[in-house]
Design a protein around this ligand. Structure first.
Ligand code: IMP
Length: 196
């Protein structure tokens, strides 16, 4: 029987991305999102690090479902803002999940920062928790720099203003496969699945 793993997310985009990464790694696991568990309470991201928040999600979902679970937490760390928005990336403009408001606010905040000081990194922590007590967290990073106006329609969040190091296009101008191969989430999940 194929083992079942719950992804602590209702975000179908993230779940599809994880399925692609698992497939590429040749790992046979049935991934299910938390949409399959409608009574699952929302897990509050009260941790002060990506790793702590990822583990809060994995642990809560594993305890509730009785199955092994993976939780992730990610965000953009901007050097000129001392690592912010960081764990507050999704809520930077105040309303959770408003990608374009978050991006516009960030662009305004760094409008006076010259091109050679616009370095930033996407960071992703991925945590695993299982009913047998096994727990671990791994992290992945994608370094790059921020441009001054959005370019590209793929991806989400801050992708349209982020050019990964060694590339000439934003991560919103890349195909999903191109981005997965270099992304913070791709790296964290590949490391996590390699440990399973
Ligand atoms: P999470 O869903 O709590 O991990 O929040 C992640 C937030 O960080 C998103 O809402 C985006 O603002 C940002 N973020 C994380 N990963 C990416 C990415 O791959 N591209 C663009 N934005 C991202």
């Amino acid at each position: 029987m194929t083992p079942k793993l719950v992804i602590a997310s209702r975000n179908e985009h993230k779940i599809q991305e994880m399925r692609r990464i698992l497939e590429q790694a040749g790992i046979h696991v049935e991934l299910v999102g938390t949409a399959e568990f409608p009574d699952l309470p929302d897990v509050e991201e009260t941790g002060s690090t990506f790793a702590a928040n990822a583990m809060l999600k994995a642990r809560a979902v594993s305890e509730f479902t009785g199955l092994a679970a993976v939780g992730d937490d990610s965000g953009l760390c901007v050097d000129a803002l001392n690592g912010m928005p960081g764990i507050l990336s999704a809520r930077w403009s105040g309303s959770h999940g408003n990608d374009s408001a978050n991006l516009e606010l960030l662009l305004a905040q760094i409008s006076q920062v010259p091109a050679d000081r616009r370095n930033a990194s996407f960071v992703c922590a991925a945590a695993y928790a299982s009913p047998d007590g096994t727990e671990f967290v791994v992290e992945g990073e994608m370094n790059g720099s921020l441009i001054t106006a959005p370019l590209g329609d793929n991806g989400f969040g801050y992708d349209p203003i982020f050019i990964p190091t060694g590339h000439q296009i934003t991560s919103a101008q890349m195909s999903s496969e191109e981005k997965d191969a270099i992304s913070h989430r791709g790296k964290a999940l590949a490391a996590l699945f390699a440990l399973l």
